[in-house]
Structures are given as C-alpha cells and as structure tokens.
Ligand binder design. Structure first.
Ligand SMILES: NC(=O)c1ccc[n+]([C@@H]2O[C@H](COP(=O)([O-])OP(=O)(O)OC[C@H]3O[C@@H](n4cnc5c(N)ncnc54)[C@H](OP(=O)(O)O)[C@@H]3O)[C@@H](O)[C@H]2O)c1
Length: 482
C-alpha cells in the first residue's frame, strides 16, 4: 500500500500547485488528500502526468505514505490547520512528520509543535513564499521544527525550492516556530517594499506628470540596476496594463483601498512586543488602513493643503533619480529593521537563526527576492555580530550616496502635500539611529517628573530621581530606572 514518500493535505490553489511541484521532481511520489473529495478528483483528472496517489479518507492517506510518513498541510490557516493536525495525529505514528506550510502565526506553531511532540510525531511549521506561481515552480521555504525532522524533510524541500545562484532557497531556520516567524518578517518587509515602491510611483506621477506607462518604463529601467527585484519588475507590468473596458491605465480604475491578510499586522504587533522599531513596515500597514477608510477620506478631502502647482521639480530627470535613491535607502532601512526583529525574536524564543542564510533563501522564489539580498548575505558573512544591517560598510556607502537625495525627496513630498509615510519615517529612523544625542533624555526627565520613573546620568553610575515637588534636589534611587 505505502508508495508515496510525501503527501499533501489541502488541495486549493497552494496545495495543488505544491503537490504538482513535488510530483514533478525526480524520486517523489505524492499522496494527496482534501476534506472535500471533489477537489482531489479535479486535481487528479487535470494532472494525470503527476501520478498522484489520491486518498478519500485520512486513514487511506496515512496508509499510502511510506514511513516515516511525511505530510505537508496547505489549508486555511487557523482552525482549518488545527482540525487537520488532529486528524493526522490520530492516524500517524511516532517518528512521522507533519509539516504546516500555511501562513500560521508563529506562536500557534510553537503551541502546535509542543502538543504534537508529546505524541512522538514531529511537527514542522514551514513558511512558504512565492504565491501560487512559487508553489508550482519553486518557492522560498522557511522550515522550523526539529533537526531530526529536517533530516528527512530537507532533501524533499530542497527538491522543490527555487534555486538562486545554484543554491536551493530553503534552510532549516531554527526550532519550533522559527520558520513561521521568519516568514512573518518576510511578509512585513514585503509590505514595506510595496509601500515604498507605491510612494515612488506617486511622487513621480504627481511631481512630473508622467503617465503610468511612462513610469512603467522607469521601473523597468530601475530593474536593470541595484534595485533589481521581483516587486519592481511586477510594478512595471501593473503600470503598463491598460483596462480593456475603458482604455484607461488599469491602475487608474482600481479602487485605491488596499487590503491585507494580516501578516503585516502580526509583524508590527510582534515587533512592538519585542521592542523593535519596524517603522517602515508599520507605516506600510497604516497606509493600507488609511486607504481603506473611505468615509474619513471623503470628509477630509477638503482639508487645506498646498496648491496643486506648489511643487514642480526644476529638473524632472534629477527628481526621478532622487526618488530612486530615496527608494533604495528606505528599502535598506526596511530590511535592516526586519533583521533587527529576527535577531530579537531569535533571542526571545531561543532560536539559532543564521541571518546570512535567511538573506540567501530570500534570493529566489519569494516575493521580496532582490539582487541586493546578496549584499546582506555578504554583510553578515563579513561580520556575523553586525548590530544593525545599515551599518555594514556596503550599506554605509549606499546611505552616503543616497542621503541628500532622500532628504530632498522627503522635503519635496511634504511641500507638495504628497503622502510619503514610509520614505519619511525611514529617514527619521535613520537620523534617530545615527544621532549623538536624542531627546529621549528630556522624555526621561518628564517621566521622572510625573511618575518618579528615575533616570540614569551620563557622568556617573547609579539611578537618580529629582524631588520635583520638593526642593528639586537630586537623590540616588534604589533599584534601576524603568
Ligand atoms: N494564496 C497564496 O498566495 C498563499 C501564499 C502563501 C501561503 N499561503 C497559505 O497557504 C495555505 C493555503 O492557501 P490556499 O489559498 O491554497 O487555500 P485557502 O483558501 O486558504 O484554504 C482552502 C483549503 O483549506 C481546506 N480547509 C479549510 N478548512 C478546513 C478544515 N476545517 N478541515 C480541513 N480542510 C480545511 C479547504 O478544504 P475544502 O476543499 O474541503 O474546503 C481547502 O483545501 C493558507 O494557510 C495560506 O495562508 C497562501
């Protein structure tokens, strides 16, 4: 009976594409199961070449898998995943492996891993990026789970992952929820990158009056240089698209309210808990929220702003180059912040995450794949203890070349009344990070004034409090400032 070396549960678009990808690789025989049989039937009818072993029941599915049984779940995240895990645990045996390839919240993965481990079965939360196309042709895969599970799973995942510069885009990220954590941060960076690109487009369009098709050409050109990436490439495609019905640029007939599925929010919430300022990602999430408030936007549409012609760049080509540099610099900040969150998560949850390897597996298959990820890998290879990615020599150089243009673009945007929240908050973060002194000293003074929260001094050890409502002398305080 047992003929398949790998199985897939959940055969909607992601699961069926992943199953087809697995089946197309040498040495794999793939068992498939879906709660609703009709979906399984459609898949096997449409893809006889895959040689799938279909199962009508979860027991049949388990019986069709060689031991240790390995199954990848690709169902709706949340309750669907829990339901399928329960079913699999009932029919699997110790040593078998359950992989959740959905977009689970990493804390759910930590919980599930601990519960499944009790049964002797391995549970691996694996982040899979690349959408439908990636699932079919080669995604970037971020598996967590035990080293034991990785022994069996590694070769299978390597066989289906995207390949970048000869290396498969998959690595064992760390234990339990590490894979889903890193996938979450990946999605957060994706949010920031998309928002930055959208701001660049808006600034060029409103600043120079160029058409979407003309801006598409600019992005296509940018894609030949240091900004080369999947998101820049698809931006050019989207901007070029003409609506068949109206003959207008498609981007002009799409309602300007951006949706989301929640992974950006998770990234920001998690980073807030970890105390990591992921401001670029947060601004991207907020920008989507703001766009989706039609009543507020309508009510505010008559609020005063600069006149339409307040901003006309004297040299449009120089302005466009400035926007390119601002985009590059802001993007470096978004990645730098994302890696800060990975470092903090690894510390909090006890994961040994190799940052350079993460940048490597993001070079292919995933939505944020980009040429400059090689530079990130190199930066961490040169200095594994790098405290902030933006301080690596290569990126210092990027900032040196970009910072004046970046400032000008942010100032232009403010003068023109064009919202550029991700550009400007990334710049503020950059300036905050490099400042010798921050007004945080004043904030500590205020906190001490109203809440006796105490403060430390620059010139001596200890924790201090000023007797604000007394004679305003300073006393040394017990305990540490907080
Ligand atoms: N779409 C993407 O681009 C993308 C990218 C990366 C990751 N993901 C993640 O991949 C996973 C699958 O995504 P998808 O878009 O292919 O499918 P989906 O629409 O998220 O989920 C549909 C699948 O889940 C199954 N399902 C739902 N509740 C279930 C339950 N209680 N018990 C058993 N099966 C249940 C459905 O079975 P029935 O046929 O019986 O209803 C169907 O196979 C999700 O976690 C998603 O977040 C998606």
């Amino acid at each position: 009976m047992a003929q398949a070396n790998i199985g897939v549960v959940g055969l909607a678009v992601m699961g069926s594409n992943l199953a087809r990808n697995l089946a197309s690789r040498e040495g794999n025989t793939v068992a498939v199961y879906n709660r609703t049989w009709a979906r399984t039937e459609t898949l096997i009818d449409e893809h006889p070449e895959a040689g799938f072993i279909p199962a009508k029941t979860i027991q049949e599915f388990a019986d069709s898998l060689a031991k240790p049984r390995t199954a990848i779940i690709m169902v709706q995240a949340g309750k669907g995943t829990d339901a399928v895990i329960d079913e699999l645990v009932a029919v699997f045996e110790p040593g078998d492996i359950i992989v959740d390839g959905g977009n689970a919240l990493f804390t759910d993965t930590i919980r599930r891993e601990a519960a499944v481990r009790e049964t002797g079965i391995n549970f691996v939360g694996a982040g899979i990026s690349g959408g439908e196309e990636g699932a079919l042709n080669g995604p970037s895969i971020m598996p967590g789970g035990s080293a034991e599970a990785w022994q069996t799973l590694g070769p299978i995942l390597k066989s289906i992952a995207a390949v970048a510069e000869g290396e498969p885009c998959v690595t064992h990220v760390g234990t339990d929820g590490a894979g889903h954590f890193v996938k979450m941060i990946h999605n957060g960076i994706e949010y920031a990158d998309m928002q930055l690109i959208a701001e660049a487009y808006d600034l060029i369009r409103r600043g120079t009056g160029k058409s979407p098709a003309e801006i598409a050409d600019i992005f296509a050109e940018w894609n030949k240089g240091e900004l080369e990436s999947y998101l820049i490439e698809i931006t050019a495609e989207v901007l070029k698209q003409v609506d068949a019905e109206t003959g207008k640029p498609l981007v002009d007939v799409i309602l300007d309210q951006a949706g989301s599925k929640g992974t950006g929010v998770w990234t920001v919430q998690t980073s807030l808990d970890l105390g990591i300022p992921v401001s670029g990602i947060a601004e991207a999430v907020f920008a989507r929220s703001l766009s989706s408030k039609p009543a507020q936007r309508a009510a505010a549409s008559s609020l005063p702003g600069p006149s339409e012609d307040a901003f006309k760049p004297a040299d449009p080509e120089a302005f466009i180059e400035g926007v390119r540099l601002a985009l590059y610099a802001s993007k470096v900040i978004a990645y730098s912040q994302g890696f800060d969150a990975i470092v903090a998560g690894a510390e909090q949850y006890g994961w040994d995450i190799k940052k350079g390897d993460i940048a490597k597996i993001w070079r292919g298959g995933c939505i944020i794949r980009a040429r400059f990820l090689n530079r990130i890998t190199e930066a961490y290879a040169e200095n594994p203890g790098l405290v902030a990615l933006v301080t690596a020599p290569f990126f210092v150089d990027v900032m040196a070349k970009a910072q004046t243009a970046w400032r000008n673009v942010v100032a232009d945007a403010a003068h023109a009344g064009i919202p550029a929240p991700a550009f400007s908050s990334s710049l503020a973060y950059y300036d905050g990070l490099r400042a010798d002194r921050l007004p945080a000293a004043l904030v500590q003074g205020q906190r001490d004034f109203f809440g006796a929260h105490t403060y430390k001094r620059v010139d001596k050890e200890g924790t201090f409090h000023t007797l604000w409502s007394g004679d305003r002398s300073e006393i040394e305080s017990e305990g540490s400032s907080h």
